[in-house]
Design a protein around this ligand. Sequence first.
Ligand code: S3P
Length: 180
Amino acid sequence: MRPLYLIGFMGTGKSTVALALAELLGTKACDMDEEITRRIGMPISAYFETEGEADFREREHEVLEELSEELSAAGGGVISCGGGVILRADNLACMKAHGTTVLLTAEPQTILQRVGQSDHRPLLRGKKDAASIASMMEERLPFYEKAAEHRVATDQKTPEEIAGEIVKITENAENAGLRK
Ligand code: S3P
């Protein structure tokens, strides 16, 4: 099996769903933000402040390339991507070359509830309201659309339900490919 990339806006549940999906598939889950945090040795919000977003995006690209190689060599796995991974064309090329992308979506209200008061997402600082989230999502939409091979809405669903849907969608697509 090729690696599965979970992409989507902050708070769409990528990290939690990746764990449920990996369990269902009996494979490994990797979380890009966790790996980046481990490497930079500080929270992402602190890194944005000291080094800036451009530097973060470079780190993010390196981690995506490395995890993609690692999971491809291991025969698959699930990668929970940072919400901004879709902003770079070379990231899209990497994901398409190694595996399959699944876009998780959620309504701004759902995102708001999920991100709550947590302060670790620098891009949401001072923007914890549905209107600001909706407008950021609108700006990102073309990038997500371009990157997405499959889509799953996550509102009012458990991580296990979402993982089950992803398995069905990706298996159907693989079977359709085999029948061609
Ligand atoms: C970002 C999303 C975050 C994290 C960083 C930037 C983005 O990841 O990578 O704060 O640009 O959307 P999550 O989507 O896992 O919150």
